[in-house]
Design a protein around this ligand. Structure first.
Ligand code: ADP
Ligand code: MG
Length: 565
């Protein structure tokens, strides 16, 4: 009896596969990088599993990746003897896309008519295993989870369904066989049955993979016999352990793509090497684009932890604070046990110290970007500014540096945000504070009656429309000795002493003149307002509503209400 089952891809997966089949992504070579990257991850996992679970029936004696080409049948196979997958894994991992932000990604893609923009989106999303369907019209996968007795065979042409069946004897790990699409007569450059081509792709994209990648090549001996030889194609050197001048920019870029699963180039590479009592190396990257799941809680990858070249974990929270969660890369620490758990890491003194240094290094990198590569900084801030500002609340130790690298929209220039340093340099004589107003949109803020007095004085106001601004601005007291003052709260004191004396006299006079009106209004409106007072800040509007200095702002009030508090 055959036990072949036909199952349907989840609908998001189906849509993504359609994109791959009709390959709107121009660099098809990347499929091999993805398969090798998955194989390498699977080898990392089996080594770690076998180390942690001595009873696991896994063979870790010769962990490697093998690539085999069959030019006659036009197939290309990528094989690993790594962790493998169970039947449930295959259905879950290959049949569905669990990545958060998928729906959002597909929606954006549908709305985009422009080919370049779609490329960008796919690059940002990263398609992984499915990229096989750019070059293959049928894909077979044979896998056995390390420790399981039986294996699984999976097959699909990417058109809506796949088949899955148990197999008795499968080797440990996974092999993926691509039945390559008919050769494109025009396009000799993408002949993936060419040894030369495959070797070149592996060298270019996967040289730093720390496992041997062996290419099975056919050789014709002198007597005409065909022999098969395995040739290791990659140099296997951990990039983070190599001297800087030994590594090219391209190598860093490809390594970034491997660790981040991003298809785009990074914005910035950050390297650190420390020797001495506790030795560590870090190779970190700032992406050029925020991932779709930057503000979702379940996102996965951040900084990976290695111990002496051995992979320990993805997304090591102990090394990077939440507000720098977009930083990708590898930290290799020498003096840790391979058995280390997330809980232990949080307590570990060395890890805490490394974390401190990593944070400072990332922040100082951004700071030097501001002067050395202003365009890069602009991109950085547009993509990650909202996350970084969370640090103003989370990380009191680095608050001043974070303020230093922050930018905010302001009334000075509608098109370019300002740093606080620039704001302070432009402050008018007699201006003592940094003025801001929070609100939903720029136009609401600019048209607010609260603006009038400041505009009259020529004082610049920060236009804070990002919801996160509401959170920090009330609790960060000052920048460079200047207090942050909301123009919508309490009594805004804009004047110098001299101005104040004249104003005070005038105010007293007016207070007398309007006493009757004010007390009548206070009584009439007592259900709705605490107090009615004369204002010195309005120039054209007759009245405005202000909050007390310690009240929540209207926007924050809305946010609380929306979240049910
Ligand atoms: P990603 O690698 O970004 O998670 P992929 O589409 O490349 O996405 O792969 C999906 C999942 O399938 C992987 O996370 C992994 O769990 C599993 N997988 C893919 N290839 C292999 C493999 N060779 N061995 C074991 N698991 C694999
Ligand atoms: Mg992958």
């Amino acid at each position: 009896t055959t036990q072949v089952e036909t199952l349907e891809f989840q609908s998001e997966a189906r849509q993504l596969l359609q994109l791959m089949i009709h390959s709107i992504y121009s660099n098809k070579d990347t499929f091999l990088r993805e398969l090798v990257s998955n194989a390498s991850d699977a080898l990392d996992k089996v080594r770690l599993e076998a180390f942690r679970d001595k009873d696991l029936a896994a063979d870790t004696s010769d962990l490697h990746v093998e690539i085999e080409i069959d030019a006659e049948h036009r197939t290309l196979t990528v094989r690993d003897n790594g962790i493998g997958m169970t039947r449930d894994d295959v259905v879950q991992l290959i049949g569905t896309i669990a990545k958060s932000g998928t729906a959002e990604f597909l929606r954006k893609l549908r709305e985009t008519q422009d080919a370049a923009a779609s490329q960008d989106l796919i690059g940002q999303f990263g398609v992984g295993f499915y990229s096989s369907f750019m070059v293959a019209d049928r894909v077979e996968l044979l896998t056995r989870h390390a420790g399981s007795a039986h294996g699984v065979r999976w097959e699909s042409s990417g058109e809506g369904t796949y088949t899955i069946e148990p197999v008795e004897d499968a080797p440990q790990g996974t092999s993926v066989t691509l039945h390559l699409k008919p050769e494109d007569a025009e396009d000799h450059l993408s002949d993936y049955t060419s040894q030369w081509k495959v070797r070149e792709i592996v060298k270019r994209y996967s040289d730093f993979i720390t496992w041997p990648i062996r290419l099975a090549v056919e050789k014709t001996a002198e007597d005409g016999e065909m022999t098969r030889e395995l040739e290791t194609v990659n140099s296997m050197k951990a990039l983070w352990a190599r001297a800087r001048d030994e590594v090219t920019d391209e190598e860093y870029t490809e390594f970034y793509k491997h660790v981040s699963h991003d298809w785009n180039d990074p914005l910035e590479v950050i390297r650190m090497q420390a020797e001495g009592t506790f030795e560590y190396q870090a190779l970190m990257f700032i992406p050029a684009q925020a991932p779709l799941d930057l503000f979702m809680r379940e996102r996965k990858r951040g900084v990976q932890l290695y111990v002496k070249r051995v992979f320990i974990m993805d997304n090591c929270e102990a090394l990077m604070p939440e507000y720098l969660r977009f930083v990708k890369g590898v930290v290799d620490a020498a003096d840790l046990s391979l058995n280390v758990s997330r809980e232990i890491l949080q307590q570990d003194r060395h890890i805490q110290l490394i974390r401190k240094r990593l944070i400072r290094k990332v922040l100082s990198t951004v700071k030097s970007m501001m002067t050395e590569h202003p365009d890069r900084y602009t991109t950085f801030w547009k993509e990650f500014g909202s996350a970084v500002k969370e640090g103003l609340l989370e990380d009191a130790d680095n608050r001043d540096t974070i303020l230093d690298i922050s930018s905010f929209p302001s009334t000075h220039d509608e098109d370019a945000p300002t740093t606080l340093r620039q704001y302070v340099e432009r402050m008018k004589d007699g201006q003592q504070h940094i003025y801001y107003m929070t609100g939903e949109t720029r136009s609401i803020i600019e048209n607010s009656p609260h603006m009038e007095a400041l505009r009259a004085k020529g004082f610049e106001v920060l236009v804070l429309t990002d919801p996160i601004d509401e959170m920090w601005v009330g609790s960060v007291p000052q920048f460079d000795g200047k207090e942050f003052r909301s123009i919508a709260k309490g009594q805004v004191d804009l004047d110098t002493d001299e101005e104040k004396e004249t104003a005070e006299a005038e105010r007293e006079q007016r207070q007398k003149d309007f006493a009757g009106l004010l007390s009548w209004m206070t009584t009439t409106l007592q259900e709705n307002v605490k107090e009615v007072r004369l204002s010195s800040r309005l120039t054209t509007s007759p009245a405005c509503i202000v909050g007390d200095a310690y009240d929540v702002t209207p926007t924050l009030e809305k946010m609380y209400r929306a979240s049910g508090q």
